[in-house]
Design a protein around this ligand. Structure first.
Ligand code: FES
Length: 101
């Protein structure tokens, strides 16, 4: 599948994140110092919405029980075996596009 438009770039300024949906996918898009990253937005603990939590540096904090995942690597801070799927993401013409392959 090609890259798909999921949001306007202006809606995810540096230091913020947003949950985007496409089909069944829920994705957390993070803007870390102007660089976009995207990971699976469903927390593996109890399916909490990761992008509704806080973004501290590169770390996404789940709003339900505070599990943390690095938005750059997808890795959990406590158990490195827990890794969220990463998505390729880019900005183009004022839009954020995610590769849903
Ligand atoms: S659902 Fe995310 S930490 Fe529990």
């Amino acid at each position: 599948m090609p890259f798909v438009k999921v949001a306007a770039l202006v809606d995810v300024p540096a230091g913020s994140m947003m949950e985007v949906h496409h089909g069944e996918a829920r994705i957390a898009v993070c803007n870390i110092e102007g660089q976009l990253h995207a990971i699976d937005g469903v927390c593996p603990h109890r399916q909490g919405p990761l992008a509704h939590g806080a973004l501290h540096g590169t770390m996404v904090v789940c709003p339900w029980h505070a599990w943390e995942f690095d938005c750059v690597t997808g890795q959990n801070d406590y158990d490195p075996r827990l890794v969220q799927r990463k998505y390729s993401v880019k900005a183009e013409d004022g839009h954020i596009l995610v590769d849903l392959d």
